[in-house]
Design a protein around this ligand. Structure first.
Ligand SMILES: Cc1cc2nc3c(=O)[nH]c(=O)nc-3n(C[C@H](O)[C@H](O)[C@H](O)COP(=O)(O)O)c2cc1C
Length: 303
């Protein structure tokens, strides 16, 4: 058996597979299926300073090889997370990445400051949500806004800070460089790609929010490309995600430069996906005689 452990920003993961934010809630439902300590880490549902009810239904639409969602950050708020969900998760012998979001840099910083007083292992700051002050443009779509929110959160916490990037940009490498310069310890990518479906009988968009985020196998090649470009642009670790549904996909993502891999939409067709992916990666590494999963990180040999 290959050594599956990885270390990101000084935090030890027993394997590189992490359920992605929004696809795993706060873990409770999945613990009925497998022990959570089989996972490398858990990225918790995006949590904001105050409770949010999310968008109106319908907020999920099927697409070929993927799904569109417009759940819209439904969550119980950071205090509930800290008082109820985090104490439960911290008993599970697995790295906890608290995913946070907000409508202003101050809101994000306040949520991070509250987490700073807890035992959470890492903070994952989602900068794909709309900035109310900038008329709804996502923080993650401009280098200046991405740097500003990163700086604010950096100043609010000593926890390892992962900034989660939006793929809805011209150059994800430029955004990654900006958040690295602003103090991010790592970046994770990709969040969902903006998409839309229309019911041609009613003429109405299928999602009540009109547009939503595309994820699942359809986005995999885009994600691999963006992880590769980002890993070549920054010195901090990159956590890859987007369409990963097999051990071979996870190996590919790591060869592109990811130090760990998150799994989102695949959980909805196979709730055991993260555990299966760890086993499949192990089989692949053994078949190639590779002793440690770290040996494949960034090992792609571009033409
Ligand atoms: C239903 C759903 C809810 C999501 N909620 C969040 C969230 O709250 N915060 C976040 O950073 N990303 C969220 N995401 C994005 C995923 O974490 C991930 O970045 C994206 O889906 C790409 O990975 P995948 O193709 O494996 O799903 C959500 C995705 C889905 C499908």
């Amino acid at each position: 058996m290959a050594d599956m452990s990885v270390n990101i920003c000084g935090v030890d993961f027993k394997n590189p597979i992490i359920p992605a934010s929004g696809a795993f809630g706060y873990g409770r439902e999945y613990e009925e299926l497998f022990p959570l300590n089989k996972l490398g880490g858990i990225a918790t549902k995006g949590t904001t300073l105050h409770k949010r009810t999310g968008n109106l239904s319908p907020r999920i639409a099927e697409t070929p090889a993927g799904m569109l969602n417009s759940v819209g950050l439904q969550n119980p708020g950071i205090d509930h997370f800290i008082n109820v969900d985090l104490p439960y998760l911290l008993t599970k012998d697995v790295v906890i990445l608290a995913n946070i979001a907000g409508s202003t840099p101050e809101e994000c910083a306040e949520a991070a400051a509250k987490l700073d007083d807890t035992e959470v292992h890492m903070i994952e700051l989602n900068i794909s949500c709309p900035n109310v002050r900038q008329g709804g443009a996502a923080f993650g779509t401009s280098c200046e806004m991405a740097a500003e929110v990163t700086k604010r959160v950096r100043a609010a916490t000593k926890k390892p800070l992962i900034v989660k990037l939006s793929p809805n940009v011209t150059s994800i490498a430029d955004i990654a460089r900006s958040v690295e310069a602003a103090g991010a310890d790592a970046v994770s990518l990709i969040n969902t790609l903006l998409g839309m479906r229309i019911d041609i009988n009613t003429g109405r968009p299928i999602l009540r929010n009109n547009v939503g985020g595309l994820s699942g196998p359809a986005v995999f090649p885009v994600a691999v490309r963006m992880v590769w470009q980002t890993a070549n642009a920054v010195k901090i670790p990159v956590i890859g995600m987007g369409g990963v549904s097999s051990g071979r996909d996870a190996v590919e993502m790591m060869m592109a430069g990811a130090s760990a891999v998150q799994v989102g939409a695949a959980l909805f067709t196979d709730p055991y996906a993260p555990v299966r992916i760890v086993e499949e990666m192990n089989e692949f590494l053994d078949s190639k005689g590779i002793a440690s999963v770290c040996d494949i990180i960034g090992s792609v040999k571009p033409w």
